[in-house]
Design a protein around this ligand. Structure first.
Ligand code: HEM
Length: 253
């Protein structure tokens, strides 16, 4: 289910970026103010308000209780995600690529940033979590194999002595070269080389896990940023609507 959601949402995000990039080839200064341009703006804005409704329902307990009697928060989140991409697609079509006023440009840029931040938080964070889990599993297996090899090594003091010069930084580099030597298939390796190979793999894995965990920590702040930039987007949107009504009504009077 989640895979399907990711596929569909990725396709929609690519479509949104393609529609936005259309400004390189096309510009229609009158479309945004036309009937169809206006319809796209209203529909897109209503859809973009769905994530705001999600925030209100999620954070006001009586509303959350009433809503979750009929539909799960998970379903509401999926609704937020689809509305949060479809709305921006419609408002980008509404612009007719008329990116002239600073407010219009800022509003379009913020819309793209909020959608991309939602996308990154929803799918990349999960990817990190999954990758770390898989790597930790492999590391546990390698550690068990290493413990067994270390036990075997204890029965071969001469091989243990051969490993001693490989301790330390330069020794570790030399060990890397030794381990990379062709012809050392699993059947052919001595206990000491097997121990070196396992230690090398474990060090690489630990490094990869640490890097992924750093990304995960960084992404831990993600929701806060997603909310902050969403509110900047809503403020710009309100200003844009106010300007449209203000100047629109002035033209009529
Ligand atoms: C117009 C576009 C969007 C706006 C204005 C928006 C706004 C928001 C807001 C205000 C929240 C905070 C909800 C809360 O925790 O109270 C939120 C959460 C979230 N958003 Fe968006 N969002 C948009 C698009 C997207 C998209 C396109 C995705 C994913 C592809 C997405 C994924 C998420 C996720 C995963 C959460 C966390 C939900 C949770 O943990 O409860 N958002 N969004």
């Amino acid at each position: 289910m989640k895979e399907r959601e990711r596929g569909v949402v990725s396709g929609m995000v690519v479509l949104m970026l393609l529609f936005w990039l259309g400004f390189l080839f096309h510009r229609s200064p009158r479309f945004a103010g036309s009937f169809w341009g206006g319809m796209l703006a209203v529909a897109g804005t209503l859809l973009m308000l769905v994530p705001l409704a999600y925030l209100i329902v999620k954070r006001i307990p009586p509303l959350k209780k009433a809503a979750t009697r009929r539909v799960s928060m998970q379903t509401l989140l999926v609704l937020h995600i689809y509305a949060g991409v479809l709305g921006p697609i419609l408002v980008i079509l509404h612009t007719g690529h008329k990116f002239e006023s600073p407010l219009g440009v800022a509003l379009t840029a913020m819309t793209l940033v909020v959608v991309l931040s939602g996308f990154a938080g929803r799918y990349l964070m999960n990817q990190f979590r999954q990758t770390i889990g898989e790597k930790k599993e492999i590391l546990t297996r390698l550690e068990a194999a290493y413990r067994q090899t270390a036990g075997e090594l204890a029965d071969h003091p001469e091989q243990m002595a051969a490993l001693r010069p490989l301790a330390g930084f330069s020794g570790r580099l030399a060990a890397g070269l030794l381990v990379a030597t062709p012809g050392f298939g699993p059947g052919a390796v001595s206990v000491s080389v097997r121990a070196l190979q396992l230690a090398e793999s474990m060090a690489d894995l630990e490094y990869a896990i640490k890097t992924h965990e750093n990304f995960k920590r960084w992404f831990g702040q993600w929701l806060k940023w997603h909310i902050v930039i969403s509110f900047i987007l809503y403020a710009l949107l309100a200003l844009h609507i106010w300007a449209g009504i203000h100047f629109g009504l002035r033209w009529f009077s």
